[in-house]
Write a protein that binds this ligand. Structure first.
Ligand SMILES: [Cu+2]
Length: 467
């Protein structure tokens, strides 16, 4: 590009030219592996499209590249990036892009403002290395971001980053919907909730479950993992944490400062972090925003599945389950509560069961029995639950572990025994089996007692057994 009057010229005429490899989350583009700068061409297309925000919940996302988050871009410190933003002709609105890696007014926003059916090109020199957020900055800015317009760009240091075995890309963000979390159907954006910073969804990579179950990221025991974590906001900061790991290294806020041996790192809205750790034990590591209600009630939960041999010194697993009986205390037994004077009606069991559900089962199976994708199976319209009442009683008494399939989705988790009386189990299962679209006869304490006797007969009183 020729320099105009009054402009300082960086002569890039002899520089190699290449096209950036973009990757959609959770994938990361390969290292540039260059020893000198290049002119790197980046093309990004804005699409407004309907997609899934959660099971049964759709949303009209505004996207860079057709995905939320937008693709990850990887360039090298000193590169000149020739950036073209295309606004698809079927879109309804103008859009632009503000890349935090840009030194210049608006991070490119004004130069890239583009009407539907148009393209804009501008270029910038990647002066500062680091991991940067990009986002749309068209008014109302908050709404463009809230609808999904963000992603990240890595400006590698000249010497590159130290090699690791696995690299993944994730971006946390919130969604503000007219309906509450999980409310089915197409959900419009709620400006009121956005202003109040009261999101219904807090998610990684654009939807509930985007990093769960079959979508989980993976690694093998002994490998090093680097996570590039962005926070699109628009409002919340993230207390990023991996349950079951310690970050060996954190590139604080995506910059040069390295911190070590970190449990939770703060990621500002419109900011980032790069975290690195070696996985030493097999199992599922859970990626969370440690503002923990967001994780268990709003969706900010992802998984890293680690496979390989166990090292029982690094982590033993449960070695023993002993009875704990402080001195001078009466033995705590699980004797069933005394039977009430008369048999309760179905309506009475429903009412008592509801209270019990909200005290015990709710924490995992969620308020409306909808469960949590990949972690806790649904009880609402569960084919598994509804096909066998005796088995359901057994599960509440004995717990459950091992692979099961609920409504064609596989779960392989652990439910602990619930330690409830026959009356309580009859009540809670009567409630569960007659709520949220489930229909069944009343479960009676006699049925529960019978299952309990069967369990005793097989020699397994209260142990967690496969079913
Ligand atoms: Cu926009």
């Amino acid at each position: 590009m020729a320099a105009g009057p009054g402009m300082a010229a960086t002569d890039t005429a002899d520089w190699p030219r290449e096209t950036a490899v973009l990757s959609s989350a959770p994938n990361v583009p390969p290292p540039t592996a260059r020893k000198s700068p290049a002119v790197v061409k980046v093309d990004l297309e804005v699409r407004e499209l309907e997609g899934q925000l959660a099971d049964g919940v759709t949303y009209t996302f505004w996207t860079f590249g057709g995905t939320v988050p937008g693709p990850m871009i990887r360039v090298r410190e000193g590169d000149v990036v020739e950036f073209t933003l295309h606004n698809h002709p079927l879109n309804k609105l103008p859009h632009n892009i503000d890349l935090h890696a840009v030194t210049g007014p608006g991070g490119g926003a004004a130069s890239s403002f583009t009407a539907p059916g148009h393209s804009s090109t501008f270029s910038f020199k990647a002066l500062n290395r680091g991991f940067y957020v990009y986002h749309c900055a068209t008014a109302p800015v908050g709404m463009h971001i809230a609808n999904g317009m963000y992603g990240c760009i890595l400006v590698e240091p000249e010497e590159g980053l130290p090699p690791v075995d696995r690299e993944y890309y994730l971006v946390q963000s919130e969604f503000y919907t007219a309906g509450r979390y999980g409310e089915a159907g197409h959900q419009p954006f709620s400006m009121e909730k956005a202003l109040d910073e009261r999101p219904d969804y807090v998610v990684f990579n654009g939807s509930v479950g985007a990093l769960v179950g079959d979508n989980a990221i993976t690694a093998n025991v002994g490998e090093t993992v680097r996570l590039y974590v962005g926070n699109g906001g628009p409002n919340l900061v993230s207390s990023f944490h991996v349950i079951g790991e310690i970050f060996d290294t954190v590139h604080v806020e995506g910059g040069d400062l390295l911190n070590h041996n970190v449990q939770t790192t703060l990621i500002p809205a419109g900011g980032s972090a790069i975290v690195e750790f070696k996985v030493e034990a097999p199992g599922t590591l859970v990626l969370v925003d440690h503002s923990i209600f967001r994780t268990f009630n709003k969706g900010s939960l992802g998984m890293l599945k680690v496979e390989g041999p166990e090292d029982l010194v690094i982590y033993s697993g449960k070695l023993r389950d002993d009875i704990y009986q402080p001195e001078g205390q009466a033995t705590v037994t699980t004797t069933p509560a005394p039977k009430p004077e008369r048999e309760l009606t179905k309506a009475e069991r429903m009412e008592a069961g509801k209270i019990l559900y909200n005290q015990t089962c709710f924490a995992c199976h969620q308020a409306n029995g909808q469960g949590l994708p990949g972690v806790f199976p649904p009880l609402a319209q569960s084919d598994y639950l509804m096909s066998d009442a005796a088995r359901a009683i057994d599960i509440v008494i004995s717990g459950l572990q091992g692979e099961i399939e609920v409504n064609h989705v596989k779960y392989n988790q652990v439910m602990t025994p619930q330690n409830l009386s026959d009356e309580d189990i009859a009540n809670v299962l009567t409630f569960v089996m007659n709520s949220w679209g489930n229909e069944h006869e009343m479960i009676s304490p006699d049925e529960v007692e019978k299952v309990r006797e069967d369990i005793k007969a097989r020699g397994g009183s209260g142990d967690i057994g496969g079913h």
